[in-house]
Design a protein around this ligand. Structure first.
Ligand code: AP5
Length: 217
């Protein structure tokens, strides 16, 4: 059972690769972004608190996201977990260590997806997802097979994230550089970091990640 972190700036492909690993390996994708968006959509007290923060592209408090991960971690006990978008600060990294230790688990890899900033903006501005089943697409890099029809569930309704505009993306990247990138040395000191070139096509990035998980890289 592997526990891995996918670390990278907005649009690096964390969600795409986490969903693939969940489908192909039965690991459980734990995305704090998805959890927070669910809270916003259902109007919970946490959702009301974080809505504006997310729309501005700033980070939500460490306490909120660490609690969300803690609630879901046990569901990923047997199959292994993919932490997608968490941790994003040193305090979150330490909280995750504690949550795993308390359960007799540990991190196996921190996979850093490296992508250049102009490519990230292109990816995010072209992103959309199925309104019914949530499958993610991109206008250029991952279009639906039949235009306007979801490949997975056949729905013809799609949605875009409110924070997927160029201005907010720049804030999200600045947050990443200021608060998330600095946690890499914390994991480097533990020998857990593996770098993957996130600029290649989705399948090639996936193959590089698989090689790491299978112990071949
Ligand atoms: P979150 O939902 O985590 O967003 P993010 O980190 O900004 O990452 P994205 O989901 O935008 O990108 P991704 O790396 O998953 O890329 P994707 O695979 O979709 O967080 C949103 C907000 O929630 C934050 O701003 C913050 O406010 C809050 N939040 C969340 N977690 C938090 C935490 N821990 N602490 C505090 N606040 C938190 O790919 C992007 C597009 O590119 C897709 O269309 C995809 O099809 C395409 N694509 C993917 N890979 C490739 C490839 N190799 N080649 C070409 N296209 C590709």
């Amino acid at each position: 059972m592997l526990n891995i972190i996918l670390l990278g700036p907005p649009g690096a492909g964390k969600g795409t690769q986490a969903a693939r690993l969940q489908a192909e390996r039965g690991m459980v994708q734990l995305s704090t972004g998805d959890m927070l968006r669910e809270s916003v959509a259902s109007g919970t007290p946490i959702g009301l608190k974080v809505k504006g923060i997310m729309e501005r592209g700033e980070l939500v408090s460490d306490a909120i996201v660490s609690a969300l991960i803690g609630e879901r971690l046990d569901a990923a006990a047997d199959e292994g977990a993919i932490f997608d978008g968490f941790p994003r600060t040193r305090a979150q990294a330490e909280a995750l260590d504690l949550l795993l230790t308390e359960r007799g688990r540990h991190l196996d890899y921190v996979i850093e997806l490296a992508v250049d900033e102009d490519e990230l903006v292109r990816r995010i501005v072209g992103r959309f997802s199925c309104a019914k089943c949530g499958t993610g697409y991109h206008e250029t890099f991952r279009p639906t097979k039949v235009e306007g029809v979801c490949d997975v569930c056949g729905s013809t309704e799609f949605k875009r994230r409110k924070d997927d505009n160029e201005e907010t993306v720049r804030t999200r990247m600045a947050e990443y550089r200021a608060k998330t990138q600095p946690i890499l040395p914390y994991y480097e000191a533990k020998g857990l970091v593996r770098r993957v070139d996130g600029m290649g096509p989705i399948d090639r990035v996936g193959a590089e990640i698989d090689a790491i998980l299978d112990g071949a890289a």
